[in-house]
Design a binder for this molecule. Sequence first.
Ligand SMILES: Nc1ncnc2c1ncn2[C@@H]1O[C@H](COP(=O)(O)OP(=O)(O)O)[C@@H](O)[C@H]1O
Length: 285
Amino acid sequence: MAAATRALRSSSFPSTFTTNFIRRSLSTAVSSAAAPLKSESFTPFIDTKGKNVQWVFLGCPGVGKGTFASRLSVLLGVPHIATGDLVREELSSSGPLSKQLTEIVNQGKLVSDEIVISLLSKRLETGEAKGESGFILDGFPRTVRQAEILDDVTDIDLVVNLKLPEKVLVEKCLGRRICSQCGKNFNVANINVKGENGNPDISMDPLLPPPQCVSKLITRSDDTEAIVRERLSVYYEKSQPVEDFYRSQRKLIEFDLPGGVLESWPKLLEALNLDENEDKQSAAV
Ligand SMILES: Nc1ncnc2c1ncn2[C@@H]1O[C@H](COP(=O)(O)OP(=O)(O)O)[C@@H](O)[C@H]1O
């Protein structure tokens, strides 16, 4: 891990970010065919004391990046920034990109690096104006090119790669519901998946909404089985090489989720050597 985490520089980061991005020639983009690296056994050094972490959450659609990144952001006092949320905000606005984004998202494809970086830069700029520093990124970077651009402008301390079997991912996406009023996420799926190849069984109880949300539940338009399967195949092709990118930098922690949130959360904290009862932690794993 880079010991000296560079804080996001209030005035220069977003513009540097964008400028670097524009300067980069498309021909230098690394293709998703990057050679997979051998998995090594090591644990990154985790030090969260006295600084605002710059972490990234990777993982397939439906794995729970949003849930765990959001909980950790509260614990560590840094913003949780999900590029999927930024894309959805943009497509539900009446802005010029709205129609184009709706089409892309509803086909399960990735939005262009240009658009997503512009949305992220704006979000970081707004946060900096409010005094935010540090972040937990969820859903970014999703291509090696995005990872390289991020690497050019700031140091990422740690990358958490959440994992679940594909069958569970599909069931979770199909069971996902959002309260259109309070914005909270729920899940109506009752998951019991037999472990294969020596892996443990996975059970997850539904995460049901309180009575006041029941009549306001909506399903994401891209959470249909066909689109979920397309998103998964896009993940394997474009985003899995990002795991290798960070693995080679020895920043990647792999975390196989053992079950639902209640079961997984304490184990994730343990893997990150964090203690929920303290505000900020210092730890060497
Ligand atoms: N970093 C990104 N690069 C390109 N497209 C993105 C990125 N983040 C989000 N998107 C777009 O927004 C959609 C929803 O993203 P997200 O909520 O993160 O979904 P998922 O459940 O698939 O992880 C994606 O399918 C993609 O079209």
